[in-house]
Design a binder for this molecule. Structure first.
Ligand SMILES: [Zn+2]
Length: 370
């Protein structure tokens, strides 16, 4: 199977995370079956009521083996000079939304599976395709909970094929999302009878900023293996358009923190909870996306370094489905293309990266499955 041709086909479906990925998944499932994989379909409905479909393909007998893992949602494509869902080749590159992040990589995984015959696989190859990676790894969470194939076959090792230029990444940051709401009481601002929700929210966020400064300067939170060497914190303030003569009845904000492996974030979260009480704001904390931290002496890291002929595994700042699958599996992030091109207008990938990815994945499969 030709990974470039497969990429071309998969990119033609607009599977931006806010839309359904079902058509794209069906096309991938068809190619997976042609490559000799049996396909477990794991559908769900996302929080906005949009149908989503995850896939877990399997080929080969026995248990354990190697999982090749990717997602088929993409970020929205606006501002392109041509149709972003029509792959265009210019010289040694192809352009299109998702060629690098990461339909090209999924194409390579399926092409890899097609290279092996059922009888030579003493342990299975899995090809896992999730939805909603770009928003909160929602599809991966469903797969982790519901995949009978992954559960019963005790799959322990995997490759997350996000674009790393085929370099080995063994660790990345996690993600903690905190939804903050403050409730006040609307009144004409001249009466003095209202309660302004922003007057609870603003001092709370100001105290959270102090925590951000602590993260950036306190040695116990620093880790020079990462760029930047500290956890990051991002605040988004919601809405706010209203008449200035009405006291604001409700205020909302989201705080996203990216903890690093090995950090104990619980005391910080406790501190934030206690600040919320002080300022009378309500919190919902989502802290199920863990940092990925595969030990450097794990077999998956050692084999990946050997196959790519490199010495030292890297770390990255962005997150992947490894924030979910890394809780139960030993993973590396290793895939074709450059993360610099992900999410950009005119996203591209070198065709050579796709062919090299098939070779790299195939050598990993040979070591773990044959
Ligand atoms: Zn991605």
């Amino acid at each position: 199977m030709d990974p470039v041709q497969l990429t071309r086909e998969f990119v033609s479906f607009n599977s931006a995370s806010y839309l359904s990925n079902v058509d794209c998944s069906n096309a991938m499932a068809k190619k997976m079956r042609e490559a000799g994989l049996s396909v477990e379909r794991i559908p769900y409905t996302d929080p906005n009521g949009v149908p989503k479909l995850n896939l877990v393909g399997k080929k080969g007998r026995g248990t354990e083996g190697l999982a090749l893992m990717g997602h088929n949602d993409v970020v929205p494509a606006e501002g392109w000079a041509w149709d972003p869902f029509q792959v265009v080749q210019k010289g040694s590159k192809i352009y299109g939304r998702g060629v690098a992040d990461m339909k090209g990589s999924v194409a390579c995984m399926i092409a890899t599976a097609s290279r092996f015959s059922e009888s030579e696989l003493a342990h299975p190859i899995y090809v896992v395709v999730t939805a909603d990676e770009e928003i909160n790894c929602g599809g991966a969470a469903v797969v982790a909970k519901k995949s009978e194939v992954l559960k019963t076959s005790n799959a322990r090792y995997g490759i997350i094929g996000e674009p790393t230029l085929l370099e080995v990444v063994h660790a990345h940051k996690g993600s903690v999302k905190i939804s903050v709401t403050a409730k006040g009481k609307a009144a004409h601002s001249s009466t003095g009878e209202g309660v302004n929700a922003n007057h609870q929210m603003i001092p709370f966020l100001n105290d959270v900023l102090a925590i951000d400064r602590e993260l950036q300067t306190d040695a116990k939170y620093l880790n020079n293996a990462f760029t930047p060497p500290h956890a990051t914190l991002n605040t988004v303030i919601h809405g706010g358009e209203q008449a200035s003569n009405i006291t604001t009845p409700e205020a909302g904000a989201t705080v996203n923190m990216r903890p690093m492996p090995g950090q104990n974030f619980d005391p910080l979260l406790d501190k934030i909870r206690s600040l919320a009480q002080t300022h009378d704001v309500h919190l919902e904390i989502y802290d199920d996306l863990f940092p990925l931290a595969t030990p450097v002496d794990s077999r998956i890291v050692r084999e990946a370094l050997s196959v790519t002929q490199t010495q030292t595994p890297k770390t990255v700042a962005y997150g992947t489905d490894g924030m979910i699958f890394g809780k139960t599996m030993e993973l590396v992030v290793l895939g074709p293309g450059n993360i610099q091109q992900a999410h950009t207008i005119d996203e591209w990938i070198e065709i050579d990266q796709l062919h090299r990815a098939v070779d790299t994945f195939s050598e990993m499969v040979r070591r773990f499955c044959t």
